[in-house]
Design a binder for this molecule. Structure first.
Ligand SMILES: [Zn+2]
Length: 321
């Protein structure tokens, strides 16, 4: 039976709404616009489930979790986070994290899992930063550690995945790779297993050369059970918070490259959205959409029509996943 059409599926947290003050820098509308766009193209969307506080406690400190849960972060912590606290923000953060756990679970079952949110890579054990409350990537990796004992985080957001790098620092089975702008936030970088700090203004060719050389090599070197992908599109020319100059075609090529490298090795891939702050939110949405479609196309190409259900894909050594 051909399992491929069921890959046209994504989790979305849009059922939990957060109202930000007017003029707030964060593009909350991109999540709904992207979900609507994919749905119109035939994607089946499932509401992202909430993550449990127990699963969060495997990554975040109890005092931080209590402060978030009680809407009781102090003023400094709230400023660092970049969002005004509210009960809705707490609920949204729970589904934004739970959706990534669900996407990884789905990837382990079917090869590809897509979350139309997440990639909150600036969250640390004891604090949130830069619009990131919980670190969904590390929470997902810990939650599914038994089924996916070795995870590679591929973080291609324009900003370094500092929280992820620090949380994974002492864990040889959670490998972190980050390509980011050298002069972008965070100004003090953490240490990933492999960091590529690129100069301002880097274009499609310069950027893709790095990713094309690194990703296949990392997959061969670490042979991860699964890849958690942070596919931020704030690398695009004109992004308000980025300093790079990629095109939308460049982003689609980047995402295709990552997906092909995984699919060709039968390594399950879970995708998270990450950043994207273009002056025109429709450019951000289009870049995400093109990237997600590139992932899907890569999986279709790797999926033979006769493929059996793919539980345990990574352990199968044939050219069919
Ligand atoms: Zn970013």
């Amino acid at each position: 039976m051909n399992d491929a059409p069921s890959l046209l599926h994504a989790f979305t947290p849009r059922h939990v709404r957060v109202e930000l003050p007017s003029g707030h820098r964060f593009p909350m509308t991109k999540y709904d616009l992207l979900a609507e766009r994919l749905q119109a193209e035939g994607w089946r969307l499932t509401p992202s489930p909430s993550v449990s506080w127990e699963r969060l406690a495997a990554v975040h400190e109890a005092t931080y979790l209590a402060a978030v849960r009680g809407v009781a972060l102090d003023a400094r912590a709230e400023r660092r986070l970049g969002f005004p606290q509210s009960p809705a923000l707490v609920t949204r953060s729970l589904v934004s994290t739970g959706g990534t756990v669900a996407a990884l679970e789905r990837a382990l079952e079917r090869g590809l899992g897509v979350h139309l949110a997440g990639g909150t890579h600036h969250a640390f054990a004891d604090r949130g930063e830069g619009f990131c409350v919980f670190n969904d990537l590390v929470v997902a990796a810990r939650a599914l550690q038994r089924r996916a004992p070795r995870i590679l985080v591929v973080d291609l957001d324009v900003h370094q995945g500092n929280g992820t790098a620090e949380l994974a620092h002492d864990d040889p089975d959670l490998v972190t790779y980050s390509v980011h702008g050298a002069r972008n936030y965070p100004f003090q970088k953490a240490r990933s297993d492999l960091d590529r700090a690129l100069p301002d203004g880097v274009d499609d060719d310069g950027y893709l050369a790095v990713v094309a050389s690194d990703v296949p090599r990392l997959l061969d070197q670490y042979a991860p059970t699964a890849v958690l992908y942070q596919g931020g599109v704030d690398v695009i020319d004109g992004d308000r918070f980025g300093r790079m100059a990629l095109t939308i075609d460049g982003v689609a090529a980047r995402d295709r490259l990552v997906a092909d490298a995984c699919a060709q090795r039968c390594i399950p891939l879970a995708y998270t959205l990450g950043g994207g702050y273009h002056r025109d939110v429709l450019v951000t949405v289009e870049a995400h959409r093109r990237g997600i479609e590139a992932l899907h196309a890569a999986w279709l190409a790797a999926w033979p029509a006769s493929a059996a259900p793919v539980t345990g894909v990574a352990s199968q050594a044939s050219d069919a996943c």
